[in-house]
Design a binder for this molecule. Structure first.
Ligand code: SAM
Length: 299
């Protein structure tokens, strides 16, 4: 019921009807940060924020309407700084004052709700007090992201948004130039990925491989040596791998790891030696170690 009504509101906006207090369409005067108190979680103006913990609903809703949700003031500021246009903000009454100039500086509505209403709408307690609905931008082409990159990470079908976010964060933090996603890899702009990445998904260039089968050939054609990260015993220990030239580091799914196709197609198999009876690492932990060891030293 709630989702139905809110979806109807979203569809109305998608057809070009501005929400009350929202940024107007072309030619209208756009008010600066209209603060809009809302007294019902059913209000259709809140449609962008409905059921944020429902992965299936959010996946289709966000793709259909070209939006994503950023959480917390710092991450919202990073998204805006990276050039993503905001659509609206949602904030609890207690946190409004704490947003400082953020709420007052954006030409979008700032919806103010009670904490219980926020929880009823989103499906969880808003610990960080503020959410922003942001407009997506078209992803760059693979060639554009690879141009000039020396170290890239390639994620094959990683489905956990937290892992995707953590990999972006560590890759950005140790000097990886870009991330490439297999077609079925989870969305880096999904709320949890954005949150775990602490905004690194906005700073790190990324693209999707148009085709999983030919994807590694495309990377090799672009001049990358393709290294498959795997705990397999016959892989070369990472300490023996020279960190030279253009390197693509492949990381596999949380369950089965890299596909047989990608393992076969890689130039080399590389392992982080394991001890203590542990057979493999969480993929984000493996990414952190591999990226750190194989990144180019800072200038
Ligand atoms: C949880 S592991 C998958 C384990 C899976 N049983 C396998 O054999 O690959 C997820 C991903 O993390 C990376 N990884 C985990 N442990 C690793 C290790 N010791 N050496 C290299 N890569 C590792 C690999 O890319 C792997 O595909």
């Amino acid at each position: 019921m709630l989702a139905g009504r809110l979806q109807a509101g979203l569809a109305g906006r998608a057809r070009g009807r501005p929400a009350a207090g929202a940024a107007g369409s072309a030619g209208q005067t756009v008010p600066v940060a209209s603060v809009v108190p809302i007294d019902s979680a059913d209000d259709p103006r809140l449609a962008d924020y409905v059921r944020l913990t429902d992965v299936h609903l959010r996946r289709s809703l966000e793709a259909q309407h070209g939006l994503f949700v950023a959480e917390g003031e710092k991450v919202i500021r990073l998204a805006i700084g990276a050039g993503y246009p905001p659509r609206s903000l949602l904030v609890t009454a207690e946190r409004l004052a704490g947003l400082g100039d953020l709420a007052g500086s954006l030409p979008v509505p700032v919806f103010v709700v009670s904490a219980p209403m926020a929880e009823a709408l989103t499906g969880y307690r808003l610990h960080r007090g503020a959410l922003a609905s942001m407009q997506r931008r078209p992803l760059p082409a693979l060639a554009q992201v690879l141009a000039g990159a020396r170290r890239i990470v390639v994620l094959e079908d990683i489905v956990d948004h937290g892992n995707v976010g953590a990999i972006f964060r560590c890759a950005a933090g140790v000097g990886i130039d870009a991330v490439v996603l297999a077609p079925r890899c989870a969305d880096p702009l999904y709320r949890r990925a954005v949150k775990v990445s602490m905004g690194a998904v906005f700073a790190m260039p990324y693209a999707r491989l148009p085709d999983w089968r030919s994807g590694l050939a495309d990377l090799r054609a672009a001049g990358f040596r393709v290294l498959a990260l795997t705990p397999a015993a016959d892989a070369a220990p990472i300490g023996e791998i020279p960190a030279r030239g253009r390197l693509a580091l492949l990381l596999g799914t949380e369950g089965d790891g890299l596909s047989a196709r990608w393992l076969e197609a890689a130039d080399e198999l590389v392992r982080i030696p394991m001890r203590g009876g542990v057979d493999s690492l969480n993929v984000a932990a493996a990414a952190a170690i591999a990226c750190y060891l194989l990144a180019e030293p800072p200038d």
